[in-house]
Design a binder for this molecule. Sequence first.
Ligand SMILES: [Zn+2]
Ligand SMILES: [Zn+2]
Ligand SMILES: [Zn+2]
Length: 274
Amino acid sequence: MRVTLLGTGDTTGTPTVGCDCDTCEEARDRGVERSRFSVHVENERTGESLLIDCSPDFRQQFLTHNVALPDAAIVSHIHFDHLDGLGNAYRLFDDLPVYAADEVDPVTGESVADTIRSKYDYLDRVTVEDVTPFDSVRVCGLDVTLVPVDHPPLVCYGLCVEDPETGAKLSLSGDTSYDVPADSRAALSDPDLLLADGIVPAAFCEYHPMGGKDEGPDGTPYTFGTKHMTREGALALADDLDAAETRLVHLAHYYPPEEAFAEPLAVDGETYDL
Ligand SMILES: [Zn+2]
Ligand SMILES: [Zn+2]
Ligand SMILES: [Zn+2]
């Protein structure tokens, strides 16, 4: 499978609109972007492709990167930066199946799948398919499994995508704190490529009103506030999952400029053949 990182930024992206911080300026100088989160997975055996999350930057991402429009999409959770690009389906697709979890979120009273159904009921090109977490579904010739992660207050899912022919495996953490449940870690383990939410460096926790939590052995916070992993947390998760290769994604412009473009922080347009 061929994996293209269409969007590697957090909800404001880098550069952030109206921001002249050193990191946004450095991104402009380098000509790189971190648009809102999305990943394109092409099954080269069948020629089909799967879109993971529907970025508000969908149009620009597909104009910029040399990838086919997807045959199906899967949505991790209902936050703006992962879902609101779905409106782009209008007039681009005859029918786009969108896979999402079927568990009821106690906060919204409905599942991710049901929220998408009601929010996009005007879009007859979209067909929402329910997925039960931990049950893998065959999509575009690939086995896709959603697993719960920790992104309060909403439910959110990480996922793995496995090629049943080659055994290649892509895992994504989803938007999550470091407190990923053990059974989800087991499902995500041993990927050829891990894409992990590492929104800020741990040192930035002092600027979050709730600080950090889930400290590692040396006291470094692995979670920024309650919703996302720090860089250090994402790398610790990668270690725990025994990932062969790791890219950090969902990155904010709060990384200092000398750290923001260092390995293994991803930028838009990276491709991986698994
Ligand atoms: Zn900035
Ligand atoms: Zn989110
Ligand atoms: Zn997000």
